[in-house]
Structure formats: C-alpha cells, structure tokens
Design a protein around this ligand. Structure first.
Ligand SMILES: *[C@@H]1O[C@H](CO)[C@@H](O)[C@H](O)[C@H]1NC(C)=O
Ligand SMILES: *[C@@H]1O[C@H](CO)[C@@H](O)[C@H](O)[C@H]1NC(C)=O
Ligand SMILES: *[C@@H]1O[C@H](CO)[C@@H](O)[C@H](O)[C@H]1NC(C)=O
Ligand SMILES: *[C@@H]1O[C@H](CO)[C@@H](O)[C@H](O)[C@H]1NC(C)=O
Ligand SMILES: *[C@@H]1O[C@H](CO)[C@@H](O)[C@H](O)[C@H]1NC(C)=O
Ligand SMILES: *[C@@H]1O[C@H](CO)[C@@H](O)[C@H](O)[C@H]1NC(C)=O
Ligand SMILES: *[C@@H]1O[C@H](CO)[C@@H](O)[C@H](O)[C@H]1NC(C)=O
Ligand SMILES: *[C@@H]1O[C@H](CO)[C@@H](O)[C@H](O)[C@H]1NC(C)=O
Length: 505
C-alpha cells in the first residue's frame, strides 16, 4: 500500500473535488400544478466557480409533456436580499445559454471548449440570475412543442413560475424585486409576459384564480425587434449613414431599398400595413408571414450586404467571428451535461419554434402595444441598443419608442440624448422620461453585453438599484481577454479515477 500516494490523492480529491462532493440531485413535486414539478442539480461547480456561490440547474416539468430548462446562479454578494433577474434570449426559439455564456453569465468558455474563465462583469455580481430556455424546443427545453405565438409562450412561462415559486428553492424570492431582462425578439416576450402575469395577478387578487402572484418590477430590452413597419424603414436610413460609422451601402443599393419599401400595393410598406390592418385576426396569418419575408428579402438583406448584421464593424466573411461559440462544444460534453443535470440535446436556436411562430404571422406584427401600455403606466423600462447593431439598429428602436402610444412619446422625442461618461470615457448616450430610459450604447453589437460587458453591468446596476462592489474592474481597465482557466468537472473525474487507480495497485 502506497500510503504517500493515498494521502496525496486524498488531498487532491478533497480540494479539487470539493464541489463534486456537495453536488446533489433533487426532485420537487408541485401541489398547485398537476403532474408537474422540478428535477434539478445543486452546486454542480460548473461555470460559477466562485467559492460559496450557489447554483441550481435542471428542468421545470409541466404536465408530463414539457420540460423547461433553467439555470440559476446566486448573487455573488448578499443573495438573501438581492433581486432575482430573469434572462431570456430571443429568436423566437433561441436559448438563454447564449446570454449565459456569451453575454452576462458567471463565466465564458475558453477556446478549448472545455475550460471556463470567470466573467468579472457577470450580472450575478449584483443580482440572483435565472436563465430559462423557452419555449419547448429552445436550448435544452424539450417536450411536445406546440407554442406558436408570444401569447402562448406567456401562458407556459406563467405556469413555470408557479412551480418555481412554489418550490422551497425559489419561494424565498416571493416579494423580492423581479427584473425581466431580454433582447432582440425578447421585445415581444418581455412586454407580453409581464402584461399576462399582471392579468393573472389581478385574477388572483379578486379570488377568481388560485395561484402565486408573480410581480415583475422592471423591464430591460436591448436591441429589440419591436415593430416591423418602423424597423424595416429604419434599415434604409441606417444603411445610408450609420451615425458615427458612415454609409454601409452605396447610393444604388439605398435607392433600391427605398423603392422596394414604397412600391404601391406590393411593396414592403403596403404589405406590412395590410398585415397591421388585419390586427390579430388569424385569417391573415399567411399575409403577415409573407409581408415579413418580402421585407426581409428586399430591405434587410440589402442593408447588411457584406457585413455581420449583428455588428457592422465585422464583415460577413470573417473567419473568426465575435462572439465566439466555444460554449457550444462545452454544452455537448457528456460530463458537463451529467454534472448540470441536462438530459436533452442542446439546440441554440430551434428552427421548429421559428417555423411555428412564422405560421401564425407573428414576424409581421408589432410588439409595441403592451410595451406602450406599460410605459403609460410608469412601469420602469430601459430600452438600450448597441450603435453597431444593424439588425435592431438604434434609429429604428428610437423611432418605435417615440411613435408608440404612451404619455411620454412627445417628451422623449423632444429630449436630446446626453453622453454618459464613466471614468472619463463616454460609454453611451441616454435620455429619460420619468421611469422610461432610452440609450444608444457606443460600440455595441446585437448581443450587447457580449461587446461591452463593463458598460452593460453599469446599466444593469442602475436598473437593479444596486452598486457594483469595488472589487469589480472599472470600465477604464481593459476588458478581460483570457485569464487563468478554472478547471471544471472532467478534471475532478480525472483526479478521482487516478486516485482509485493508484490506491488499488
Ligand atoms: C400538454 O398537455 C396538456 C394537457 O393534456 C395540454 O393542455 C397542453 O397543450 C400540452 N402542452 C404541450 C406543449 O403539448
Ligand atoms: C453598389 O454596391 C453593390 C453591392 O455591393 C454593387 O454590386 C454595385 O456594383 C455597387 N454600385 C456602385 C455604383 O458602386
Ligand atoms: C472580406 O470582405 C471585406 C469587405 O467586403 C473585404 O475588404 C475583405 O478583403 C474580405 N476578406 C476576405 C478574407 O475575403
Ligand atoms: C415562413 O414560412 C414561409 C412559407 O412556408 C417560408 O417561405 C418562409 O421562409 C418562412 N419565413 C421564416 C422567416 O421562417
Ligand atoms: C397555434 O396554436 C394554437 C393553440 O395551440 C392553435 O389553436 C392554432 O391553430 C395554432 N395556429 C397555427 C397557425 O398553427
Ligand atoms: C420627432 O422629432 C423630429 C424632429 O426632431 C420630427 O421630425 C419627428 O417627426 C418627430 N417624431 C415623432 C414621432 O413625433
Ligand atoms: C403618443 O401617444 C399618444 C397617447 O398618449 C397618442 O395619442 C399619439 O398618437 C402618440 N404619438 C405618436 C406620434 O404616435
Ligand atoms: C459623446 O460621446 C461621443 C463618443 O465618444 C462623442 O463622439 C461625442 O462628441 C460626445 N458628445 C458630446 C456632446 O460630448
């Protein structure tokens, strides 16, 4: 018996495997929702490697036919009093793991696809974070997917939150600030979900519905797809002269876009107006889907020609596009999946979900009415856009905000943007009407926090009403590139196996 080897191995197992030892599988059965509950793993030690910071990953199982994937991270400081923030990506059908690993989560994945680096600008520095893949089909979420509209998706998310808040792990968040943070197609999800949840809250108050009230306290949408009519028109102006960057296309292309937009009866504008006139009448689903396809073909594709539609500073022929997608290899690793409790296959953006939303014509319809109603009711809202994003460019988003129907539209339009300077560097220009803020963020692309992580954390800190601890690098220090990679689970297994091997020979 090699006692010294045994001792060394025990030491290694206990230190490198400490988090492994505390990992555990759990089940929660809902009483409120039939045949539903949670299956999850606690403290996998994956991604968030800060000592003592808890995490939970797993599925919200609904009515035996839907398993909604979630990944929760405790705030790195004062989790007992910090708000809870829900992060959703757009698509529709895109996974919140994009946000987690590329934008604002506790870690990024290194180029080896196996190791991770802590993100010094992670939003869980100031808030508890829950990332949810929705609807069924997005990311790890699996089951019988039938959700074909934002309104449908809202219902499933409400049920998911009933189960979450009923469980002992999450009931503690009842009554805490609850922030809804999303981007891109999330401009449909955010306002509609909050509105639906508020309707349910009213029914619960009046005794017509039994359930837990889920009260969102603020909404932040970056680079939103709010309104096709306004935003397709914006591609013409933005491509002609992107403020701060100059023209993206030549005059021939711009004039072709203008013509395609305005052609009487058959142009993009006329087709979308016909869709808008139909309102939500389902008989015109095909008309709305066709209008969007036409505009996409004749306007959007011309505006972005040769460039990355997410970031005008990057050409579409880039062989090393930013942000990198190393996290996809990470999420295909069997040992990582076993550690976090994922039993389904990862799909970053589901074509099936996209096709279902297309079939109801939602891509041709506006998402502004519920956002306008929230703004009109003084609900705290941050609309922020990276000024290098073509897809949801800030000219179009700004136009949507000043044109929608709410009491502050004229004031917002008559208020000038003023620079927000942090440590001597202007990071964004901003304007506010009461609890509504609009911002153009300098240098940011579509998945905004990926491009300007420190600035994004500064914005989030304002929304959350919580200061960033002073240990966090200031925006003037260089953004992190790579630092020492923290080894994850596979390494723990490696040591454990080595120990067994050595101690048995
Ligand atoms: C799941 O089953 C329930 C009850 O049978 C049904 O109402 C619901 O539409 C189903 N959901 C999905 C996503 O298939
Ligand atoms: C304008 O740009 C298009 C597409 O890049 C190109 O095919 C065309 O030759 C250009 N026209 C002029 C006049 O430069
Ligand atoms: C990529 O496209 C840009 C702009 O069209 C061009 O200047 C550059 O040479 C291209 N690079 C490669 C590697 O093809
Ligand atoms: C929507 O459906 C139509 C008809 O099936 C198809 O031609 C089009 O490519 C789809 N568009 C999108 C954005 O999925
Ligand atoms: C969308 O889903 C709803 C509810 O499941 C269903 O009634 C409707 O027929 C679906 N619409 C389309 C176009 O498939
Ligand atoms: C906003 O103000 C500009 C002038 O600064 C004006 O041209 C535009 O029509 C206004 N938009 C709205 C929606 O009122
Ligand atoms: C601004 O909102 C009001 C409702 O408060 C609406 O009547 C008006 O049409 C909106 N303005 C624009 C330019 O859309
Ligand atoms: C705001 O900051 C931008 C970016 O640095 C700069 O180009 C612009 O001149 C500044 N505006 C004012 C009014 O200082």
């Amino acid at each position: 018996m090699h006692h010294w080897i045994l001792a060394a191995c025990l030491f290694l197992c206990l230190t490198s495997g400490a988090q492994f030892i505390s990992t555990s599988h759990h089940t929660f059965n809902s009483v409120a929702v039939a045949d539903s509950g949670l299956t999850y793993v606690k403290n996998s030690g994956i991604c968030e490697t800060t000592p003592g910071v808890g995490q939970i990953s797993g599925y919200i199982n609904i009515a035996k036919n839907a398993s909604i994937w979630f990944w929760f991270f405790e705030a790195r400081s004062l989790p007992e009093t910090a708000p809870l923030t829900l992060w959703l990506n757009g698509g529709p059908g895109c996974s919140a793991m994009i946000g987690l690993f590329q934008e604002n989560g506790p870690c990024t994945v290194n180029s080896d696809g196996k190791t991770t680096t802590l993100n010094p600008y992670s939003w869980n520095i100031i808030s508890n974070m829950i990332y949810i893949d929705q609807p069924v089909g997005a990311g790890f979420s699996t089951g019988t997917g039938t959700v074909n509209s934002t309104d449908d998706a809202a219902k499933m998310m409400w049920t998911a939150f009933q189960i979450l808040f009923e469980s002992p792990e999450f009931s503690t968040f009842q009554g805490r600030d609850l922030i809804f943070a999303t981007e891109s197609y999330g401009a449909h999800f955010g306002p509609a979900f909050i509105t639906y949840f508020n309707t349910q809250n009213t029914l619960i108050d009046s005794g017509e519905l039994t359930g837990q009230k889920i009260i969102f306290t603020s909404l932040m949408i970056n680079d939103g797809k709010h309104d096709p009519l306004i935003q397709y028109a914006s591609y013409i102006n933005f491509a002609a002269d992107a403020p701060g960057y100059g023209p993206l296309q030549n005059k021939t292309v711009i004039s072709a876009m203008s013509d395609a937009f305005s052609t009487k009866n058959t142009g993009c504008k006329a087709q979308l107006e016909a869709c808008y006139a139909a309102g939500t009448r389902r008989v015109d689903d095909a008309l709305c889907a066709a209008a969007n396809d036409l505009c996409n073909q004749d306007i959007f594709l011309l505006a972005i020609r040769g460039r990355d539609s997410d970031n005008l500073q990057q050409f579409s022929n880039s062989t090393d596009p930013f942000p990198p997608t190393y996290y996809k290899s990470f999420l295909s690793s069997k040992s990582v999946l076993a550690a976090i409790g994922a039993t389904s296959t990862y799909d970053a953006c589901s074509n099936a979900v996209q096709a279902r939303f297309n079939s109801t014509g939602e891509f041709g319809r506006t998402a502004l009415p519920p956002l306008a109603a929230l703004a009109d009711a003084h609900f705290p809202i941050l609309i922020w856009v990276g000024d290098a994003d073509i897809k949801a460019n800030w000219l179009g988003v700004h136009e949507a905000m000043v044109s929608m129907s709410w009491y502050g539209n004229l004031t917002l339009n008559n208020t000038a943007l003023t620079n927000w300077t942090i440590d001597g560097t202007p990071v964004a220009s901003v304007k506010t009407v009461d609890s509504f803020t609009f911002s153009r963020v300098f240098g940011g692309g579509h998945n905004l926090p990926a491009y300007v992580p420190s600035t994004a954390l500064q914005f989030f800190s304002r929304v959350a009403g919580r200061a960033i601890p002073s240990s966090t690098p200031s925006p003037s220090s260089p953004e992190p590139t790579t630092s020492t990679a923290r080894k994850t689970r596979p390494v723990t297994w490696f040591w454990t196996l080595l120990c067994i091997l050595f101690t048995t020979i």
